[in-house]
Design a protein around this ligand. Structure first.
Ligand SMILES: Nc1ncnc2c1ncn2[C@@H]1O[C@H](COP(=O)(O)OP(=O)(O)OP(=O)(O)O)[C@@H](O)[C@H]1O
Length: 309
């Protein structure tokens, strides 16, 4: 018998609403200017997509977070959300919001002022209400199916990244909080030996294991307080680099199977989660008050004047 300690344990029969009750505070944090990430980890079929996205009958975290983002939470004001939705298959990025033929190369960049990671040349759609945002996600998911068919891949073999950069202007003060909510549905974590994968399936499994072990290495370096954190070892960790360690709030959901025959996968997932739990972040938020905004404007004008001389 092994004991694990986590912040919450949601047993069989937990409703989608109860899951959101545990997790939903992340939305307010993003609106307050924090970088927040929720990611689901676990073996294939354990319910990651059900938890993160859900269905029309049982909406998961995505639709609930989307509604809450525009409901304003405790702090009323105007909210705009810039969305990028990507799939990572064998360390290749696929832009799920780009409907045309192949565009310019997708490059992962970190914004120097906000620290936000985004993907250069990926389609970015700005939404100002929940229905628009959920429509965008729906389109992305239908493209995921098409892209998957073209690449001859099942969606469960790829990581799904939903990146929402939030800009919240508070009604009373006019202060602008720039946050980010990232939802990640990771590819299934099952072991190659057990699934007996060969050929393309083996390549896929290797790529998944590589990216998940790169994620584990980043977590391990963070927990040991190492100077060098190997974010650049995989695109997955590059994309999640603004959410792991540093100033972000990160929430991991581990989906596990109750079946006895899956016990070794369950143990692996729980061991992995125990390592992740050791990471301590030092969350900080990004708010630009009216004064800061006015000063920034003044600096920009002075810079312009200087360069025109
Ligand atoms: N708590 C639950 N209640 C009802 N149905 C569930 C629940 N969890 C998962 N399911 C169902 O089980 C099936 C597998 O779940 P899901 O696709 O979410 O797994 P997954 O972990 O995302 O798998 P993969 O890694 O292959 O993408 C789906 O049909 C899903 O609707």
């Amino acid at each position: 018998m092994r004991r694990y300690e986590f912040d919450a344990c949601l047993p069989e029969g937990t409703t989608q609403e109860q899951v959101y009750d545990e997790v939903g505070d992340v939305v307010q944090s993003a609106l307050d200017g924090y970088k927040v990430c929720v990611f689901a980890y676990g073996q294939t079929g354990s319910g990651k997509t059900h938890t993160m996205v859900g269905s029309d009958n049982a909406p998961g975290l995505l639709p609930r977070c989307a509604r809450q983002m525009f409901a304003g939470g405790d702090s009323k004001g105007n909210v705009a959300v810039r969305c990028q939705i990507l799939e990572l298959y064998q360390d290749n990025l696929v832009d799920l919001l780009h409907s045309g033929s192949k565009g310019s190369a997708l490059t992962i960049r970190r914004d120097a002022s906000t620290g936000n990671v985004s993907v250069e040349n990926a389609e970015t759609v700005t939404c100002t209400d929940a229905d628009a945002l959920l429509d965008v996600c729906k389109k992305a998911f239908s493209r995921r199916a098409t892209a998957s068919t073209k690449m001859n891949v099942e969606s469960s073999r790829s990581h799904l990244m939903l990146m929402f950069s939030t800009e919240h202007v508070a009604d009373n003060t006019g202060a602008i909080s720039k946050g980010k909510l990232t939802l990640v549905d990771l590819a299934g974590s099952e072991r190659v030996k057990k699934s007996g994968a060969e050929g393309k399936l083996l390549d896929e499994a290797k790529a998944i294991n590589q990216s998940l072990s790169a994620l584990g290495d980043v977590v391990s370096a963070l927990t040991k307080g190492e100077k060098h954190i190997p974010y650049r070892n995989s695109r997955l960790t590059q994309l999640m680099s603004d959410s792991l360690g540093g100033q972000a709030k990160t929430l991991m959901i581990v989906n596990v199977s109750p079946l006895g025959e899956d016990s070794s996968e369950t143990k692996n997932s729980l061991d992995y989660a125990s390592r992740v739990k050791l990471v301590t972040n030092d969350a900080s938020k990004s708010i630009e008050t009216k004064t800061v905004l006015a000063l920034k404007k003044e600096v920009d004008e002075l810079k312009k004047k200087l360069s025109s001389k």
